[in-house]
Design a protein around this ligand. Sequence first.
Ligand code: SF4
Ligand code: SF4
Length: 203
Amino acid sequence: MRIPLPKLRELVEAVRAVVKGPFTTKFPKAVDSVHPNFRGILKFREENCLCCGACVQVCPTNAREIVIDRAKGVKRNIHYAERCIYCSQCVLHCPNDAIYHTPEFDLSRTERGGWETSLEKQLVYCELCGEPFATREHLLWIAHRVGDLVNSNPTLFLTLYQSLGVAAPQEAPAGALPYRSGTLRILCPDCRRKTYMTEEWGY
Ligand code: SF4
Ligand code: SF4
């Protein structure tokens, strides 16, 4: 009798399994190691995050969100793992190495909730219009990167001075219009533009 080739291969594999042991692993009792570049469950390096929102911009599945919480005075960076496809775009485009893949791959769950991870960073408010426009960490990160050029931008050098304890925050004056005399304040981009443009061009 002639044995068909696929059956013969099955027979060979069965004999090999008896001698060498099964091909399958004992997951979840025993977990195999993964390749060093494996894109597993994502985590934050919380101390590095600036809440800049770059990861939100590049995420193709809306698995990331930045929320402004005025009551708490923070920006919240949220990762919804159930929407994540592990494409790694957020890791690639994060400017401060604040996201990384772990080697963890076991995503099986019985419950629907509990997939979010998040972190919070302190908001900075415009000292003219009073609107939040960045986080303290983000402004300090830029201030350190631009070096001596920090002295050309009052928002950056005042944030830096405040972090060093040599400048105090200023209250946004009620009803004040952006004008050249208000440039030495921490200002949002819109008020910064207006303070410079008003005197020369009007608006
Ligand atoms: S620093 Fe990185 S993780 Fe934080 S918001 Fe920006 S891109 Fe996202
Ligand atoms: S790995 Fe891809 S899908 Fe997941 S959060 Fe990052 S950018 Fe979004």
